[in-house]
Design a protein around this ligand. Structure first.
Ligand code: NAP
Ligand code: GDD
Length: 355
């Protein structure tokens, strides 16, 4: 049985990756941060009391800013694979908290790489890189060879982590891979990222809880994919013969305005009546457009996205409408979307009924 350690297991990707690795028979360990309120909502359904030993999932307190803690965890757990998904991952927030963002994103990756370098056994490493590194893009679409032009403290920190991952691969012969993932979303997406803000906002409007949705730059364009498919690419990278870097993307680009128009249209609402612009959401430097070319991932690893933009929006809308108690029967298309959890059938079997 292989053992994996995930930083950021409580986040969107961490929760899907944990489910995916459990479905592959892994012994999964995750790092969680101490918090005064519960932060395990995305993994509660797969966690079982350690005394019962139903699911091979163990959680450890830790933080990417704490070198000694990370090194100790790697010494104790002896993972075969480490997935570094932990991060202050909100681009807008990174302008307000540049130092903390760099500490968790850039230095966090370095701390894990150092711990792996001195581990007693070989450890494979996955670094959660971002299309934000392309920033003010040099070419369209962006691929592995496209030069970076980061436009936020978050993106600068991710470039450091990317370069450091290559550095440790070349200098210390570590099986270390960078996934350069374009935006990926799901019903588990944080509520302040634009897709979820829109689908949740629509649910709140329909539930009578909100009357206006305040948004930022509607002209920004992104390549949005489905998170559940993207975590499979992370694992696949670490199963290749040689470590390498891969762009993971859909190759489809839409503006925030198109997102809003499509999502409101699905439930028959006119966005002009509900959406207002609040300049507070504008960023000091913006990334105008991102469009990925995942040809290398397709040719080398056989990875391809299946869920497109419209299906993704419907999956998220259906979830948010249900969560806000909105009756879906007027929209049979949404009503037919299955609930989000459990993500992988084998995990459903592990955790049993009532997930
Ligand atoms: P997310 O939902 O924001 O999750 C981030 C995770 O990192 C959470 O588990 C969070 O813990 C944890 N974390 C934050 N600061 C930490 C620290 N100092 N020490 C340890 N853990 C910390 O992000 P995501 O969307 O799942 O993304 C996963 C990774 O992929 C991130 O590194 C992100 O930057 C990167 N990425 C994401 C996308 C995307 O579109 N989603 C695209 C490219 C790259 P709490 O739950 O306690 O806050
Ligand atoms: N969050 C947010 N809120 N974004 C808005 C809003 C709003 O009200 N209005 C417009 N936008 C625009 C942002 O300015 C940005 O251009 C775009 O919508 C997407 O914003 P986010 O959903 O916050 O994502 P992001 O692209 O900045 O960053 C996400 O994707 C990166 C990969 O490209 C994050 O998940 C990063 O962690 C990830 O690396």
């Amino acid at each position: 049985m292989k053992t994996a350690l995930i930083s950021g297991i409580t986040g969107q990707d961490g929760s899907y990756l944990a489910e995916f690795l459990l479905s592959k028979g892994y012994n999964v360990h995750g790092i969680i941060r101490r918090s005064s309120s519960f932060n395990t909502g995305r993994i509660d359904h797969i966690y079982s009391d350690p005394h019962e030993q139903r699911v091979p999932l163990t959680l450890h307190y830790g933080d990417l800013t704490d070198s000694m803690g990370l090194a100790t965890l790697i010494q104790r757990i002896k993972p075969d694979e480490v997935y570094n998904l932990g991060a202050q991952s909100h681009v807008a927030v990174s302008f307000d908290m540049p130092e903390y963002t760099a500490d968790s994103v850039a230095m966090g990756a370095l701390r894990l790489l150092e711990a792996i370098r001195w581990a007693d056994q070989p450890v494979k490493f996955y670094q959660a890189g971002s299309s934000e590194m392309f920033g003010k893009v040099w070419e369209v679409p962006q691929r592995e060879t496209t030069k970076f032009y980061p436009r936020s403290p978050y993106a600068v920190a991710k470039v450091f982590a990317h370069d450091m991952t290559v550095q440790y691969r070349e200098a210390h012969d570590i099986f270390a891979c960078n996934g350069i993932l374009f935006n990926h979303e799901s019903p588990r997406r944080g509520a302040t990222f634009v897709t979820r803000k829109v689908t949740r906002g629509i649910a709140q409007i329909l539930a009578g809880e909100m009357h206006k949705l305040y948004m930022g730059n509607l002209d920004a364009k992104r390549d949005w994919g489905y998170a559940k498919e993207y975590v499979q690419a992370m694992w696949t990278m670490l199963q290749q013969d040689c470590p390498d870097d891969y762009v993971i993307a859909t190759g489809e680009m839409h503006s925030v305005r198109e997102l809003i128009e499509y999502a409101f249209g699905v439930v028959g609402l006119d966005p002009d009546q509900y959406v207002e612009i609040d300049p507070r959401y504008f960023r000091p430097t913006e990334v105008d457009q991102l469009l990925g070319d995942a040809t290398k991932a397709r040719e080398r690893m056989g990875w391809e996205p299946k869920v497109g933009f419209e299906e993704l929006v419907r999956i998220m809308l259906a979830h948010d409408l249900r969560e806000h108690g909105v009756d879906l029967s007027p929209w049979p298309d949404l009503d037919a979307v299955p609930p989000d959890a459990p993500a992988f059938p084998q995990v459903a079997a592990l955790v049993g009924e009532g997930v």
